[in-house]
Design a protein around this ligand. Structure first.
Ligand code: FUB
Length: 340
């Protein structure tokens, strides 16, 4: 693996690295450093056909920061689709975890039937390289695995994405092919019907299988009713992330076509969660995807935008900002209003 060290110190609202395009950050404190697990956007001439074909994503690089403000290190390729026996394409937003002395890397990819599944890969080191399992995690589907380990050691995987992420296709419990791209939402609930939500599964101790079938979480409004499918400003779309603050659990996520990062609060990691507000307003580019992490007593939001490529939706760059969280868990809304 070829290591590249940024020649600039990391600063808020600035791309962590500029020699490759990165997106969809997940961030963990391992061995006292911040390890960033992003997607890797490759240059692609394909037009945005609404199906996600403009995203050319076939491998992953792991980044790290010794400390906030230090230059970012790119540890090189950690996993490539060509080495994953069951996967064919679309290595989208990943996450990682540490247990039993091993590092686990989780990633969505399309299987040989064009269905998104979640894969697991293992390494002795936080930066990989990661050795993939022969098959995807049995029972997994859709995109954007977000992994959270609670103080009691239980690890949860949250997952799911609308439209190109195929969450609408699983409402019967089986994959049902249907509309694609921008029209995929027509296969899901509409208007006042309850919106779709991410699923959660508890990981077995082996960290590569689930204890039980995934269950959909509940995201409720201020009246205790499920958020509605037509409530595009607040309903779940993709990018689930869980953080724990003062004993409460916070599920944050992207609203997709309205481009917000929102959050909802619950008393248990499996919910129900009640909608609280916006963490990050829309950024340059269509997608908005983030991670919330505590490091050395401060909270940070890692996110991406398309500023480095001058606005190309499929060529993004990971950045960070410090988060302001009040004692009651309320998060102050942030924005990154880049002028291109
Ligand atoms: O990077 C590909 C997809 O775009 C991710 O899986 C979504 O979260 C969105 O950021």
């Amino acid at each position: 693996m070829e290591k590249v060290i940024s020649n600039e110190n990391s600063t808020p609202k600035t791309p962590l690295v500029k020699h490759i395009y990165t997106a969809d950050p997940s961030v963990h404190v391992f061995e006292g450093k911040l390890y960033i697990y992003p997607s890797h956007d490759l240059v692609n001439d394909g037009l945005d056909d609404g199906k996600g074909d403009h995203f050319k994503m076939e491998d992953y690089h792991v980044l790290s920061l010794d400390d906030i403000g230090e230059p970012c290190v790119d540890h090189g390729e950690a996993l490539h689709v060509k080495n994953v026996p069951w996967a064919t394409q679309r290595m989208w937003a990943p996450d990682a975890a540490f247990k039993n002395g091993k590092y686990y890397f989780y990633f969505p990819a399309m299987d040989k039937e064009g269905i998104f599944r979640i894969g697991a890969a293992v390494s002795d080191k936080p930066m990989g390289p990661f050795v993939p399992e022969e098959n995807y995690i049995p029972g997994s589907f859709s995109i954007d695995p977000g992994v959270f380990t609670d103080d009691d050691g239980t690890t949860y995987m949250f997952c799911g994405g609308l439209w190109g992420g195929q969450l609408e296709k699983w409402q019967t419990g089986q994959f049902v092919a249907g509309e694609e791209g921008m029209n995929a939402g027509e296969d899901g609930p509409q208007g006042d019907e309850p919106a779709l939500t991410p699923w959660v599964a508890i990981m077995n101790d082996d960290m590569v299988t689930f204890k039980d079938k995934p269950q959909y979480v509940k995201i409720l409004d201020e009246n205790g009713e499920p958020l509605k499918a037509g409530d595009n400003e607040r309903r779940y779309f993709e990018a689930p992330c869980m953080h724990k603050f003062n004993g409460k659990y916070y599920l944050s996520y992207s609203t997709g076509d309205t481009h917000n990062i929102c959050y909802a609060e619950g008393d248990s990691p499996t919910g129900p969660f009640t909608y609280k507000g916006i963490v990050l307003e829309p950024v340059i580019g269509w997608t908005n995807h983030h991670y919330i992490v505590e490091f050395k007593g401060k909270w940070y939001l890692f996110y991406h935008d398309s500023s480095l490529s001058g606005g190309a939706t499929h060529l993004r760059c990971v950045k960070y900002m410090e988060l302001d969280i009040a004692a009651d868990g309320t998060i102050k809304t942030l924005n990154d209003l880049v002028q291109l």
